[in-house]
Ligand binder design. Structure first.
Ligand SMILES: CC(C)(COP(=O)(O)OP(=O)(O)OC[C@H]1O[C@@H](n2cnc3c(N)ncnc32)[C@H](O)[C@@H]1OP(=O)(O)O)[C@@H](O)C(=O)NCCC(=O)NCCS
Length: 436
């Protein structure tokens, strides 16, 4: 009869050992019993970049990368994007169930009443250079919130945890909007509690002298859908940073700042900014084939293509393409869309991309929509960080409540020297280092 075990023969010792298989995984720590001698440390698993290592059990988000499926708490992303608001999805991600009408009303009310920033935080932001990158401002300001809410350090109190969760979700758009206005030299706009979450964000971004900002409902809904699509994506680089930093019991503002810092890189949330730069570099549809050839020949990557998990069309990219059409009916067509669509067509027929299962990811079209809506490329990752904060917090809380989790601390395979003889300074050989 088949058994849920893995039998390993250690050819160094000819010993056999059986390890239990649970949920399609073996525990890496079980390998430690495989030793050549009693004092041997035992076998480790080596997995740079966590290519095949599950670091947690999670019930937040399910992805089937081969089939292009994404579900939050068991609900397909397509259904949530069609029927829900972002704050409704935030509730689902954090509490595991969709809210009923009263729960949603209360939840929206509470988030809305946490959108205001302390005046000190505003002053703190005023200190940034005029040309500071909005994402760097966001990361620093989120970390600075830890100075405003010192009680947040009490992460074991469920009530205090929930309060910080509400504060972070409420304040993220305010910080994002202030960093945007700061880079333009415009005065900051305070939140308007009469507006929905996306409409209020648009108000804080774009209100000028009009007494009341009226958001275009199509654009506000498009932004809300984009927020839903970006709300969580299981154990990606930034979520792993959130869990890892949170595992040391750092407060949620500092852990969120760390996650946002991870998101800022061009291989993660920074990719959509890079997509626009790439489309600018390509310039026109006619130049697409030569650009694809260049990438195929090993010169650079096609930004917005490829994914660690999806080896199929990213389901979020499909919804974004649909959303783009709605947005362009309001804003007019962004000429970059034609280049992007041609790029997608040619790449998807190209053997290099077919073989490697490289498909457009969420970032491929999102930048084009954001630009059509009036955002500068530097803001794109900030727009990603707002909704992803919900996912980070859901995963952070899940990690804290998981009895199996401890402070994250990987092992290493040491490749350096051992036991070297100390040299006094006058006898050391200079290193051939180039000056920075
Ligand atoms: C997302 C990404 C980091 C995933 O990386 P990964 O899982 O480590 O995949 P790898 O880098 O091992 O890629 C596998 C192969 O595909 C190639 N590849 C991956 N993404 C590519 C891209 N966008 N353009 C061209 N080639 C790409 C790699 O060069 C590698 O080729 P090789 O086997 O000949 O060496 C990677 O696809 C990438 O850099 N994409 C562009 C940035 C981006 O859009 N990021 C947003 C992610 S949502």
């Amino acid at each position: 009869m088949a058994q849920d075990t893995l039998t390993i023969v250690d050819n160094r010792t000819n010993r056999t050992c059986s390890l239990p298989i649970e949920s399609g995984a073996v525990r890496a720590s079980d390998f430690r019993q495989i030793k050549t001698a009693p004092e041997d440390f035992g076998l480790m698993t080596y997995d740079p970049a966590f290519m095949n290592t599950a670091s947690c059990r999670s019930s937040v988000t399910f992805i089937d990368g081969e089939r292009g499926i994404l579900e939050y708490r068991g609900y397909p992303i397509e259904v949530l994007a069609e029927h829900c608001t972002f704050l409704e999805v935030a509730y689902l991600l954090l509490f595991g169930e969709l809210p009923n009408e009263t729960e949603l009303k209360n939840w929206v009310h509470e988030i809305t009443h946490h959108t205001m920033l302390h005046e000190n935080t505003k002053k703190f932001m005023e200190g940034f250079r005029h040309d500071a990158h909005p994402m760097a401002m966001l990361v620093s300001t989120v970390a600075a919130l830890a100075t405003v809410y010192p009680e947040a350090r009490n992460i074991h109190d469920p009530g205090i945890r929930l309060l910080q969760i509400k504060r972070l979700i409420g304040k993220m758009p305010s910080i994002a909007a202030m960093s945007y206005r700061h880079s333009l030299g415009f005065p900051y706009v305070y939140p308007d509690n009469d507006l929905t979450y996306p409409a209020n964000f648009m108000n804080m971004l774009w209100k000028m002298v009009e007494p009341k900002y009226a958001a275009n409902p199509v654009l506000a809904r498009a932004l809300d859908i984009l927020f839903i699509l970006h709300a969580d994506h299981e154990q990606n680089c930034s979520t792993n940073a959130m869990r890892s930093v949170g595992s040391s019991h750092a407060d949620p503002y500092l852990a969120t700042a760390a996650a946002a810092a991870a998101l800022s890189g061009p291989l993660h949330g920074g990719a959509n900014e890079e997509v626009l730069k790439m489309l600018d570099e390509i310039g026109s549809r006619e130049n697409v084939p030569s650009y694809v050839k260049k990438v195929r020949d090993g010169h650079g990557k096609l930004m917005g293509f490829g994914h660690r998990v999806y080896k199929n069309y990213d389901p979020r990219a499909k919804i974004i393409k649909w959303t783009a059409e709605q947005v362009f009916e309001v804003t007019g067509r962004n000429s970059k869309l034609d280049i992007a669509m041609e790029l997608e067509r040619i790449a998807l027929e190209d053997e290099y991309f077919i073989q490697r299962k490289l498909y457009p990811n969420v970032d491929f079209y999102s930048g084009i929509i954001y630009q059509a809506m009036g955002f500068k490329p530097e803001m794109f990752t900030v727009l990603f960080a707002i909704p992803r904060t919900v996912g980070w917090l859901a995963q952070w809380q899940e990690m804290l409540l998981d009895g199996e989790q401890k402070i994250a601390r990987p092992r290493q395979i040491y490749t350096g020297h051992r036991g070297r003889q100390f040299m006094p300074i006058d006898r050391r050989t200079p290193l051939a280092v180039t000056k920075a």
